[in-house]
Ligand binder design. Structure first.
Ligand code: BGC
Length: 682
């Protein structure tokens, strides 16, 4: 098995959406869905820009902008498909497809350049099997849009450089996609705001295309030209041939793997899945910018509004902290820089300090609406409380900031806005807390914890603990109420134990529609103990020092059967929890589930009538956490690292590098040994 390649054999049109996720390529600036070159919006073809949002006319929310597809290509009337292979080389981020039609063989290679992020490159080879075939390739504007259209004044222009330029609807952000190829002898066709080169081919033919993307507010090549001359100028500023770019791109990937590859000896299936997960994390990291973070669906389209959730702080941070501390810093800086959005949100609700957006978009603006789900029966929007009640988000950010500083030793972050952020979050919790007459402990009524199926509950254990951390960072002055314990089991929120203790099967059997939403007050889970995702277990994993092995074991066996795992963020928390009481056998299938989320596809794509499909970076980050913190048991003890392995029987040994306080270490654990070796300075 090649553990660095994802391959799909045979042509299946039905697979278009899953393949779009599975074969995604990206470089942090742009993500290109793994749809075939001839696909258009009906097959969810999309090139999604990081951090460029728009609200279309008469729409209620913003979403990221999908730009015209510079990779568009097809052979006219090629005849039946005789064979088809799609392949993603996850070591180098190069996607390829070979399709043998009756009248020609089409081979296309493409990549999103890691060495120069606003370029994407494509090599098309056509071998005709008849006298002449026609290849049409260019920039196609018919891309997927959920709540668009977002692009106005679309203009397609031909010439030596072909281009499509446009402006976003709401903020008038200029966008352009321009391309130059290394072949002549074509005819240029412009139609429907798209532009193509048409080649008549009678012998084996290859064309190499370099496509330059510009978005006015990105800080990368801001001189987005509006005229053809302008496009040419922008184009000229990106030097290099296809082959040179491929070489530079591959070199960047090699460097990324050098500091991040994890070797799982003896288990190719796990190895491929983990390589794939880390591939995704690398592909969506905004290394090029200082004001961006990572969206919950990465760069796989517009779902979840391209917004940044707690996923980044809790599920992605460990990977970037261990392997690319400078990128981890950018993720923290995004929150520091967007504190104004959080202050504004707190003020809107009448609180002090910083209440971060549940779905953070540009400038920290809240993207979550009060009606975030559409009821499948009535098709009416349903009032959800994620926006106003999921207050753990501010504490999650504080948690990540403290972990980052402790791991990297970068205490300067406190002076560069870190302390202000922590104080502002503490101010928020102070003003949001409630204290009963005659009592001293603070309480947090009316919240939503990580388990989104139970809205507006009191004293969610996770929320109270993370608020406690934030409030007491400086001095231990506040006492936040701990939840009730029953036989060592932590009650998820006040009154949880009194809810109906129905089995998952029973609750599932009550559904009347397969897309029905389980949460909100009328959902099937609300009056029961069935939860969407790890909640108490998530808290225990964030604060493992508070709990014994027995605590982990008891709570795991109580909560896991009551968890629907309706979020891809769930399995990894249970896997980590199982490692804490030595049950790698329980953790292993959950590791595979997390690492394979986008390889297998088929995850939940609908919340009520709202489409939520796309890639699952938090699940990928979770898989990394399971291997490093769970199987290897890596832990920081002040100035040093310790290991406490809990290896599943399938894996002989695990080896990985980490960068800790500016130095690189190689970690190796086997079934009965563990070692940490300092390699060199980074
Ligand atoms: C989960 C949240 C998560 C969001 C984005 C939801 O389904 O419940 O915890 O932040 O998806 O991944």
């Amino acid at each position: 098995m090649d553990v660095w390649k994802v391959i799909s054999e045979g042509y299946n049109e039905q697979d278009a959406v899953d393949c779009g996720n599975r074969f995604l390529i990206g470089n942090g600036f742009v993500g290109i869905r793994g749809t075939l070159e001839e696909y258009r919006k009906d097959k969810q073809a999309a090139c999604t820009l990081a951090g460029v949002y728009d609200k279309a006319e008469n729409q209620t929310w913003r979403e990221p902008v999908n730009i015209p597809n510079g990779f568009y290509a097809h052979i006219e009337n090629p005849g039946e498909i005789e064979s088809h292979t799609q392949c993603l080389d996850i070591k180098t981020g190069v996607h390829s497809r070979i399709t043998e039609y009756k009248r020609a063989v089409l081979t296309i290679e493409r990549f999103a350049n890691m060495a120069c992020v606003n370029t994407i490159c494509q090599k098309i080879t056509v071998i005709p099997k008849c006298a002449e075939v026609t290849l049409k390739c260019g920039i196609d504007s018919d891309v997927w849009d959920i709540n668009g259209p977002h692009l106005m004044d679309l203009r397609a222009q031909g010439g030596e450089v072909i281009s499509v330029s446009a402006r976003t609807y709401e903020q008038d952000i200029p966008i352009s996609v321009s391309e130059r190829c290394d072949q002549t002898g074509y005819e240029t066709v412009t139609e429907n705001n798209s532009v193509y080169r048409v080649f008549k081919i009678s012998e084996p033919f290859t064309v190499k295309r370099i496509i330059v993307i510009n978005a006015g507010n990105e800080g990368v090549h801001e001189n987005c030209g509006e005229t053809l001359e302008g496009h040419t100028a922008v184009y000229e500023s990106v030097a290099g041939t296809y082959d040179e770019m491929l070489e530079a791109h591959t070199a960047v990937w090699a460097k990324l793997w050098e500091n991040s590859a994890v070797i799982l000896k003896g288990d190719d299936e796990a190895q491929l899945a983990l390589n794939y997960s880390l591939y995704h994390l690398h592909s969506i990291a905004p290394r090029h910018a200082d004001n961006l973070s990572i969206a919950a669906r990465g760069l796989s389209g517009q779902t979840y509004k391209g917004a940044v959730f707690w996923d980044t702080e809790i599920f992605l941070m460990p990977f970037f902290m261990y392997t690319e501390p400078e990128t981890a810093k950018k993720l923290i800086n995004y929150r520091i820089k967007t504190i104004d959005g959080a202050m504004k949100k707190a003020e809107e609700y009448g609180f002090k300090g910083a209440f971060y957006a549940w779905e953070s978009q540009d400038g920290g603006a809240e993207g979550c609406t009060d009606f975030n789900v559409i009821d499948v029966f009535t098709e009416r929007p349903v009032r959800t409380s994620f926006r106003d009640k999921q207050i753990h988000i501010s504490g999650d950010i504080v948690y990540a900031l403290l972990k980052y500083a402790r791991w990297t030793g970068d205490n300067k972050i406190f002076d560069y806005g870190g302390i202000d952020l922590i104080c502002a979050c503490a101010d928020f919790y102070k003003s949001r807390a409630y204290c009963r007459v005659g009592e001293k402990e603070l309480e947090f009524p009316d919240v939503v914890g990580p388990d989104e199926y139970h809205e507006r509950v009191d004293n969610n254990a996770f929320t109270n603990r993370i608020a406690d951390l934030t409030l007491n960072y400086a001095k231990n002055r506040y006492k936040v109420r701990k939840p009730r314990l029953r036989d060592g089991i932590i009650e998820q929120f006040d009154g949880y134990f009194d809810l109906e203790d129905a089995s998952l099967e029973t609750v599932r059997s009550r559904l009347k529609h397969k897309r029905e939403y389980w949460g909100t007050q009328s959902g099937v889970a609300f009056a029961t103990q069935i939860i969407k995702q790890a909640d108490v277990l998530a808290m225990m994993n964030l604060f493992p020092e508070d709990y014994t092995k027995e605590d982990f074991e008891k709570n795991w066996f109580y909560y896991e059967p009551r968890t629907e795992h309706g979020s891809s963020l769930s399995a990894c928390m249970y896997a980590l929890g199982a490692c804490r009481f030595g049950r790698a056998d329980l953790a292993y299938p959950m590791f595979l589930k997390s690492a394979r989320a986008d390889l297998d596809g088929g995850g939940k794509s609908w919340a009520g009538n709202v489409f939520i499909g796309g890639t699952h970076p938090a699940s990928a980050g979770g898989a990394y956490m399971i291997v490093t913190q769970g199987f290897a048991g890596l832990k920081q003890e002040d100035n040093s690292l310790t290991l406490n392995p809990c290896l599943p029987k399938e894996i002989e040994s695990i080896e990985f590098p980490v960068i800790f306080r500016g130095e690189k270490y190689k970690i190796k654990v086997t079934q009965n040994t563990s070692e940490i070796e300092r390699v060199n300075n980074v």
